[in-house]
Design a protein around this ligand. Structure first.
Ligand code: 3HC
Length: 298
């Protein structure tokens, strides 16, 4: 095995983000904005071009907010952020010096394991590996590498540039040095961090996903309309979005994927039961905002 002396766990400065989707692009953007050297990796150049456009757009919004009447400051912030960003179709070169590799690829266990098994061969001993998975066990992903002591979960929330929380997840093997380095990185990313064990949904999704499903069941029973449930939770509980707006925003396929995984693993847990209504909507490609229709039309 490789040495795990604390001198290996210097500050995280160079970051590789794997996966150019919504989450990966958002994480790479925030890392670049906070002065980290970032490489965003995706096998598809087309996806990377899309991420670049999305990042450029989002950085402008952030700059506008942070530098209201200071066009010069905003320009400098945008330029220096973009200068920290690289894109690549393979991680190989960046892996040689990376402090952290964070994957945000599709929720496919075999793919995640394959990636980390490969990177394990190339990355130096100091490199920490982490997953942004919402619902898969971190331990199972980590088992593909020879460095479970330098492995953990770093779970961000959508939209990453706006949401202030980062869940920092440890598995039993995660060393204290690794955990401390991940927490320190979260602070350097200007997020608030919470510590959590490797349990289904960690904190937020363990509460949020069953809540969204309860909202679907409520409407399925005909107790209220989706529109009224949303209005009720916004005005009665102070939520920024109602459960159906949020489900459409996150994507109904994502919600269903998480529930399917959990109901298979925990068949006796009533909170994780499937919903016919949700299954039907996903089968009809009503996935929410991204396909133009979910519980609402866009
Ligand atoms: N990039 C940069 N800035 C953005 C942005 C983006 N992608 N999206 C929104 N913003 C900024 C806007 O510029 C705006 O700034 P301002 O206040 O200075 O004008 C601010 O955020 C608010 O945006 P909007 O005015 O457009 O819209 P809202 O006020 O309705 O806020 C929202 C949008 C932040 C998405 C808010 O509705 C919200 O917090 N919703 C709940 C989101 C949530 O719960 N996310 C978690 C989902 S679960 C998850 O991610 C886990 C995963 O594993 C499934």
């Amino acid at each position: 095995g490789l040495s795990t002396s604390s001198s290996l766990n210097a500050k995280i400065q160079e970051v590789i983000v794997i996966g150019g989707g919504l989450m990966g692009a958002g994480i790479a953007q925030v890392a670049a904005q906070t002065g980290h050297k970032v490489t965003l990796v995706d096998i598809s150049q087309q996806v990377l071009d899309k991420s670049n456009a999305r990042i450029a757009e989002s950085i402008k919004r952030v700059a506008k907010k942070q530098f209201k009447d200071d066009a010069d400051g905003a320009g400098k912030f945008i330029d220096s952020s973009l200068a920290n960003m690289n894109i690549a179709t393979t991680a190989n070169e960046a892996l040689l010096t990376a402090d952290l590799v964070l994957e945000a690829v599709v929720e496919n266990m075999a793919l995640k394991q394959k990636l980390f098994a490969e990177y394990d061969q190339i990355a130096p001993a100091k490199t920490i590996f982490a997953s942004n998975t919402s619902s898969l066990p971190i331990s199972e992903i980590a088992s593909s590498s020879s460095r479970p002591d330098r492995f953990g979960g770093l779970h961000f929330f959508n939209p990453v540039p706006v949401m202030k929380l980062l869940e920092v997840v440890r598995i039993p093997e995660t060393s204290d040095e690794t955990f401390d380095a991940m927490v320190a990185w979260g602070k350097a990313m200007k997020k608030m961090t919470v510590d959590c064990k490797d349990t289904p949904g960690f904190i937020v999704n363990r509460l949020l996903v069953p809540y969204l499903m309860e909202a679907v069941r409520l409407v399925e029973r005909g107790d209220a309309s989706a529109k009224d449930v949303d209005l009720a939770m916004k005005l009665g509980a102070g939520h920024p979005m109602g459960p159906f707006e949020l489900a459409d925003y996150v994507g109904l396929d994502t919600n269903k994927f998480i529930m399917d995984g959990w109901s298979a693993r925990f068949p006796d847990e009533p909170l994780f039961r499937q919903s016919e209504m949700l299954n039907k909507m996903v089968a009809e490609n009503k996935l929410g905002k991204k396909t133009g229709e979910g519980f609402y039309k866009y």
